[in-house]
Design a protein around this ligand. Structure first.
Ligand code: PBG
Length: 331
């Protein structure tokens, strides 16, 4: 952007355009509407696990009935999409992760429940093995190694069942190599040509995912860390290459994750590719902001401000646990 010319004071008084809410609205450079929000929700099949997640105050694990109510709430608030994350029964988590492609797993039940309740609400899903893996990893683990190609085969099976269950957008969050091409090819072949892929393309190995791992019951299980597949937080160039790779393999949209600590990546991705670009304001970001609000240290206004930052950084939309509250505030 060229440097705009500003007349010297007093001809130039920047405060003239800040005088009233209407004048400020006229010159607002970006805006935030519910259409910019994707609402991530958790669904559980475990008796007694429903209700508030300790490290994410204000966010519940839902039953299938709760998912239906959330879908209705999203529709009422003009939130276009929700993203479903499953919390599965301990006994159903195995080293082979077979439950991930069971049409009756809790994630697929939730997809169908939403589609029955509010057919035109966009349903996004997560493609990764961690909710069904005995060891909490996103991929198959053999002798301590997270296998790439075998995992991709498993992800394809998982994706086809989700598409069959009615998912509109698949969100591969696993960071295996070659998964986008494999998923796209399999979807086309199976006749799911209109199922979109929002790739978690620039996903960093982050400590901000902690509360999410509590939410899906992966925290206690995770052996080691995810640094052999998620990106080193120091690496912007590698993140750009990951996005280029995923777009060239057929991703329809791309995501940067986490969000606020990675706004430079969001801006670079939008400028470089111009593709539909999303960010994930992840569980740890939610926990920090919500914790401060609950303690009276920050005002509620910080929610909208934090989401506007993503719009300024070039994002078309944001996955945020604040989605319903913010949509209510914007209404
Ligand atoms: C796992 C997955 C994670 C998140 C979304 N999908 C966690 C991880 O990679 O360990 C994190 C979301 C959040 O923190 O809100 N496939």
């Amino acid at each position: 952007m060229a440097n705009p010319i500003i007349a010297p004071f007093p001809a130039g008084r920047l405060r003239r355009l800040r005088r009233s809410p209407n004048i400020r609205a006229m010159v607002s450079e970006v805006n935030l509407t519910p259409a910019n929000l994707i609402w991530p929700i958790f669904v559980t099949e475990v008796q007694g696990a429903e209700g508030e997640i300790a490290s994410m105050p204000g966010v519940d694990r839902l039953t299938i009935d709760g998912v239906k109510r959330a879908a209705e709430r999203a529709a009422r608030l003009n939130i276009p999409a929700i993203c479903i994350f499953p919390h599965s029964d301990s006994d159903l988590r195995t080293d082979g992760c077979e439950r991930a492609w069971d049409p009756d797993n809790i994630g697929n039940q939730a997809i169908r429940a939403v589609k029955e309740t509010v057919p035109d609400l966009v349903v996004m899903t997560d493609i990764a093995l961690d909710p069904y893996n005995a060891n909490g990893h996103d991929g198959l683990v053999v002798n301590g190694e997270i296998l790439n190609d075998e995992t991709v085969e498993a992800l394809v099976r998982m994706a086809l069942v989700q598409a069959e269950s009615g998912a509109d957008i698949l969100g591969p969050s696993d960071m295996m190599d070659g998964r986008i091409a494999a998923l796209r090819g399999a979807l086309e072949q199976a006749g799911h040509k209109n199922t979109a892929i929002l790739s978690y393309a620039a996903k960093f190995a982050s400590a901000y995912y902690g509360p999410f791992r509590d939410a899906v019951g992966a925290s206690g299980r995770l052996v080691g860390d995810k640094k052999t597949y998620q990106i080193n937080p120091a690496n912007k160039g590698e993140a750009i290459r990951c996005v280029a790779r995923d777009l060239s393999e057929g991703a329809d949209m791309v995501m940067v994750k986490p969000g606020m600590p990675y706004l430079d990546i969001c801006r670079a991705v939008k400028d470089e590719f111009g593709a539909p670009t999303f960010a994930y304001q992840v569980s740890g970001e939610y926990a920090m902001i919500e914790g401060a609000i609950r303690n009276g240290w920050l005002s509620q206004d910080v929610m909208v401000e934090s989401l506007l930052a993503f719009r300024r950084a070039g994002c078309d939309g944001v996955l945020s646990y604040f989605a319903p509250t913010v949509a209510e505030m914007l209404a």
